[in-house]
Design a protein around this ligand. Structure first.
Ligand code: ZN
Length: 159
């Protein structure tokens, strides 16, 4: 891997969307959850692995409805997002023993949202030194685990 991503300024997918569609609308509609790394479907939101993780276990909680802001999402969707974040926290702690976690939203392009039109809540485990690891050793950032392995671990936890 020779990638350089920062947690709040990543791009979810570099590949263009053929239909000009929204990846957070398209992926759950495809009904291929394992291939799309969708870990869990709740009532109002789904949980999906970030294809370009900042750290192992980097996932996102996303409303099924195409909304850009917490305000538009409404109280039920928001409440469930936080509940799912709590479940993610628990599963990530059990699977990866992180020293901390980042849980956050970027609303709008200038705030770092890769896909500003569709709200998504990042949850990622953190370890001391993970952010400056790359600057210490130079060009290469090591993502230590394959996404399929991450999927298997976390999907089991939700199932
Ligand atoms: Zn969408």
């Amino acid at each position: 891997m020779d990638h350089l991503w920062t947690p709040w300024r990543y791009r979810f997918l570099q590949e263009p969307q053929p239909n000009g569609g929204c990846i957070f609308c398209d992926k759950p509609a495809e009904q291929r959850d394992a291939e799309n790394f969708i870990l869990h479907r709740a009532q109002h939101n789904f949980v999906i692995l970030n294809l370009y993780p900042y750290t192992t276990g980097h996932l996102m909680i996303v409303p099924f409805r195409h909304v850009a802001t917490l305000e538009e999402a409404g109280i039920e969707v928001r409440a469930e997002m936080i509940e799912l974040a709590a479940q993610a926290e628990q599963l990530l702690r059990a699977a990866y023993r992180p020293e901390g976690l980042n849980i956050g939203l970027n609303l709008g392009k200038c705030a770092g949202a890769g896909i500003a039109a569709h709200l998504h809540l990042h949850v990622l485990p953190r370890w001391t030194g993970d952010a400056n690891f790359m600057s210490v050793i130079g060009e290469t950032r090591v993502i230590p685990e394959d996404l399929a392995d991450t999927y298997a671990k976390l999907h089991q936890g939700w199932a």
